[in-house]
Ligand binder design. Sequence first.
Ligand code: RFL
Ligand code: PHB
Length: 390
Amino acid sequence: MRSQVVIIGSGPSGLLLGQLLHQAGIDALILERQSRAHVLSRIRAGVLEQGTQDLLDQAGVGARMHREGLVHDGFAIDFARSHNRIDVKGLTGGRTVRVYGQTEVTRDLMDARAAAGLRTIYEAKDVTLQGFDGAAPRVTFRQDGVTHEVACSVIAGCDGFHGASRASVPSGAITTFERVYPFGWLGVLADVPPCSHELIYANSERGFALCSMRSASRSRYYVQCSTEDTVDHWSDDRFWDELRLRLDPKVAAHVTTGASIEKSIAPLRSFVAEPLRFGRLFLVGDAAHIVPPTGAKGLNLATSDVRYLSEALIAYFNEGSLAALDTYSPRALARIWKAVRFSWWMTTLLHRFPQSTPFEQKIQDADLAYLMSSTAAMTSLAENYAGLPH
Ligand code: RFL
Ligand code: PHB
């Protein structure tokens, strides 16, 4: 087999890259370890920046997002029994975000790929990257017990944090930066109306909680939990009780409870690998970096990576410009580190850290109080939440 580009992973990064390359007449084969149904069963991101929406529009997959996604002009931060609205639209001169689930973005991209007759190989096992330090990279994989080889010009590693791409780079060629947080997020999805028309991030003495949504009839809630916790410890009743204890009583009174349709625990970490290019291998999205979900930057960051890499690959394939390929890593990393900083800051501001000293708790209280008293500080938060420019 041969393909100009082999994309490893059919998450949002891989699918969006495949779509943009296809529009430019560049052939890309996607290899995915899981089944299509499994990829679509993962409940993840919910908030899309304008830049992400624009790129989905450019890729020709934005129609349902515009019809069904919910435009949000702001969100709230609750702490110490106070409710504080961050007027993102007012503070940023009119910018908004859209609530539209990653699952739906993925489905729209998969449908567009299928409609264009493009190739995705699901359940591709033992994906192995070879020769990317030279001019003729190859990717091998196993399917139904048979080993296949694909020759290509470029490999795009869009296979997430636990994928094969970053793992195949020699350790001396890559530098990693990491912070692991001493807590996780327990998330519940339920077919109940949201408790508020905007998202609420809550810092309570019992820990962080987030009220989010997928639609007017589907809610997504999270509570901070221990890294040792498992979902078996969390009956639906225990979850709803704990959530309400962490919310302002007036908000808690509006929580409609119901049977969970998904429940999972995600660890929180910040992670960046540098550089993003190793010869003819390029790392994209969660394969290269992880941010904690506070502030909703992960998918949006994956999308800006895809924009930069698609532009570089189009210049390379159309004009033979090797120089364009050099721009990807520094351009993407400049935006990545700003989002890593913002997600770390919002995580630090809103969670209860088990080892925190009384001094550190006072600093967090002061940070929150300052934020709500300063238009300059709130503008900085709103600008980052809406998304820094691509
Ligand atoms: P993905 O989505 O992990 O997709 C990678 C794909 O690669 C496949 N794969 C392999 N395929 C072949 N061979 C291998 N060896 C492979 N290894 C893995 C996987 O099966 C998978 O299909 O990475 P991608 O495409 O870079 O997308 C990144 C986003 O998924 C991620 O950043 C966001 O979900 C993060 N995130 C959020 N981001 C936001 O922008 N807004 C949010 O509101 C938001 N909320 C969240 C989040 C992530 C969460 N979790 C569970 C980590 C909320 C949560 C709870
Ligand atoms: C979500 O709806 O899943 C969500 C929203 C905002 C975040 C993280 C996750 O910051």
